[in-house]
Design a binder for this molecule. Structure first.
Ligand code: SAM
Length: 341
């Protein structure tokens, strides 16, 4: 017996870590009075946000997580409590579980964090996730090392799966933007021996990626590019740009800027790829995207997006032929689009 090599399916691990949001989503909804309101009358997200005095965008992410748990449902554009919630979570129901759930408001730290996000629409100032470092455009090298390790673990399986996608076999050069540890770009270089790969990130993170590139013996195939994607010129000449878990860190407005920078740097006919866990088109699940969205809400400026939302961002920048497929890496999808020409 002993350790096994990685596979491309790490869903068991995602199910474990995402379970941390299961209970706080419910205790927060209970404290806000959400199940009572939606148990008494169906209403749209805006009206519910006003009644609960919470941020409408944050509430939308919570509703998606509750829908994925079958506690609320969306019909004809209105949200309503499910039969299960009206039985066990409506404060006037005989079977109300509130007096039991009440205790966990104190014992589970994510309850207070998520509640604060609902009220303000933003992560609390005091919450430390390391992400605020890159939002400043520079990082302490030790923080960069920790973030690279964190992301490498969660990206290893989907990176191998994405690299095996047939789309990449026909592409001679790829720029991995916001590369983190470089795990995706390295997987592509390993899967496609003729491919030239660029790894681009803030300087401190590229230094981390560089250590892994050297250790993998890929230094002659991979360019290391320290570049702030917002404030600096992007390298030209790559046939494709690849972003994994980058757009989910930012708002729609910021993503429009990133998409525009990518469009400007790609040659005519160039491709853009986004590796993300997608929300359903109706924004009411699945759980893997909805709970990941709660992590984004409590730690970043972003959320998980649906394909129509990505299509609006990418087409707004000039891309065409936006499509998505399940990339084969756990719960991830691969979104792609093309620059005309
Ligand atoms: C969630 S991580 C994704 C890392 C990697 N793509 C993955 O999926 O494992 C987001 C990455 O975006 C990078 N990033 C954030 N702001 C940036 C900027 N202004 N310019 C370049 N990269 C940036 C971060 O340093 C981080 O490595």
């Amino acid at each position: 017996m002993g350790p096994l090599p990685p596979s491309t399916d790490d869903r068991a691990m995602w199910d474990v870590w995402q379970s941390q949001f299961t209970l706080p989503a419910v205790t927060v909804a209970d404290e806000l009075g959400l199940f009572e309101r939606l148990g008494d009358a169906a209403m749209d997200g805006g009206a519910l946000a006003r009644e609960l005095a919470v941020d409408e965008r944050a509430l939308g992410l919570l509703l998606a997580a509750l829908a994925a748990q079958d506690l609320v449902e969306k019909r004809g554009g209105l949200w309503a409590a499910s039969a299960s919630a009206r039985t066990w979570l409506h404060p006037r129901a005989e079977g109300y579980w509130g007096p039991f759930l009440y205790r966990f408001r104190e014992t589970i730290p994510l309850h207070a964090v998520l509640l604060a996000c609902m009220k303000t629409g933003k992560r609390p100032e005091t919450r430390y996730t390391g992400v605020a470092e890159w939002e400043k455009g520079a990082m302490d090298p030790e923080i960069a090392r920790q973030i690279a390790n964190f992301m490498h673990a969660h990206s290893l399986a989907p990176a191998a799966a994405v690299a095996a996608q047939p789309d990449f076999a026909a592409i001679g050069s790829v720029l991995d933007v916001g590369c983190g540890s470089g795990v995706y770009g390295m997987a592509m270089a390993q899967a496609h021996p003729a491919m030239q790969v660029g790894l681009m990130d803030l300087a401190e993170m590229v230094a981390e990626a560089g250590k892994r590139v050297a250790a993998a013996g890929l230094a002659d195939r991979i360019d290391l590019i320290a570049c702030n994607m917002f404030t600096q010129d992007w390298p030209q000449g790559y046939q494709a740009h690849f972003f994994a878990n980058v757009f989910h860190d930012w708002s729609e407005e910021t993503n429009a800027l990133i998409a525009a920078k990518s469009f400007a740097a790609l040659p005519p006919g160039g491709r853009i790829f986004l590796s993300e866990i997608l929300m359903d088109d109706a924004l009411d699940g699945p759980w893997q995207a909805a709970s990941f969205s709660l992590m984004m809400l409590t730690g970043t400026l972003g959320k998980q997006y649906s394909l129509p939302e990505f299509a609006a961002i990418l087409e707004g920048a000039g891309f065409e032929d936006v499509r998505a497929c399940r990339s084969g890496g756990g719960y991830y999808s691969l979104v792609s689009a093309k620059k005309p020409g």
